[in-house]
Design a protein around this ligand. Structure first.
Ligand code: SIN
Length: 281
């Protein structure tokens, strides 16, 4: 397929990410524009659009061009639109939402396809988001390690984050709910095949992957510990520096991300929507 990336596009790093110019996302995009964005998304995994001016409804309308919007099972959405998370870090917060390497909601049977984040209020410094390409991380493994991982099943749970006393329930600004449901464990392949590109990638993350099916704790800890470190080595990463009006969309089937909290004493507010995904295979 010929991708029409008019008028220009700049890579964010050698590993993943593309900044696209020439789109006004507040307007209804043509089918051709959506196809271009989807092709660029599949190829680059993280897309950055600058200088947008979007109401919540316009951001949601843009997201719906890529699928049905999801509602977070454990974090309260906005009162008007449950699908919308207002992600706020206050100046005196000691933790931030998304502050650690993860892929969104892998504790669901059908984790989200992707997330779309829009800058509402930014700190005067810091607050970047890092992304890591999980296809590149998989490709860099030895054939022997790939053979070992092939067929292994990861166990994922929201418990450590959203269960009673979990890390995220301590946030002052992001209200959580349904803690009693967070202990559920779901199974996903450790090597996931992307449903649109057919690329293999690692599909484990330190926030939600709690074990490997059929292994003793020490065994799975050893393998997962290696994978958690390997998957986010810096040459698989890119970094998004937010500016007013920046919108970023990322492919949860292909990347992990990390919201840096290096702006203590300052406020940061971004608005997130997510697009429903399918069962990992
Ligand atoms: C998230 O993990 O969805 C938040 C990312 C960010 O705030 O940059």
């Amino acid at each position: 397929m010929v991708i029409d990336l008019t008028p220009e596009a700049q890579p964010l790093s050698g590993a993943l990410g593309l900044e696209l110019h020439g789109f006004d996302l507040s307007q209804t995009l043509t089918e051709g524009q959506v196809a271009s964005i989807r092709a660029a998304f599949n190829e680059n995994h993280v897309l950055v659009f600058r200088a947008q001016s979007l109401t919540t409804e316009q951001q949601m309308a843009f997201g719906r061009r890529f699928g049905e919007l999801d509602t977070h099972p454990f974090v309260n959405g906005s009162s008007q639109h449950p699908e919308v998370l207002e992600i706020v870090t206050e100046p005196d917060d000691r933790t931030n939402f998304g502050g650690g390497w993860h892929s969104d909601v892998t504790f669901l049977d059908e984790p989200d396809l992707g997330s779309i984040l829009y800058a509402v209020e930014l700190p005067p410094f810091g607050g970047d988001t890092l992304f890591a390409n999980q296809h590149a991380a998989y490709d860099a493994l030895s054939e022997t390690m790939k053979g070992l991982l092939d067929g292994l099943v990861g166990l994922h749970s929201a418990g450590p984050q959203y269960g009673a006393g979990g890390y995220s329930t301590k946030s002052k600004t992001m209200a959580t709910k349904n803690a009693e449901l967070a202990a559920k464990v779901v199974e996903h392949p450790i090597v996931r095949t992307h449903p649109e590109t057919g690329l293999n990638g690692l599909y484990v993350n330190q926030a939600f992957t709690v074990g490997i099916k059929g292994m003793k704790k020490d065994e799975s800890n050893a393998i997962l510990g290696f994978l958690f470190r390997h998957a986010v080595r810096e040459h698989f990463t890119c970094r998004v520096q937010w500016r007013p009006g920046t919108l970023v969309m990322w492919d949860n089937r292909s990347v992990q991300h990390y919201a840096l909290h290096d702006y203590v004493g300052q406020r940061r507010h971004v608005r997130r929507i997510t697009v429903k995904g399918d069962r990992p295979r």
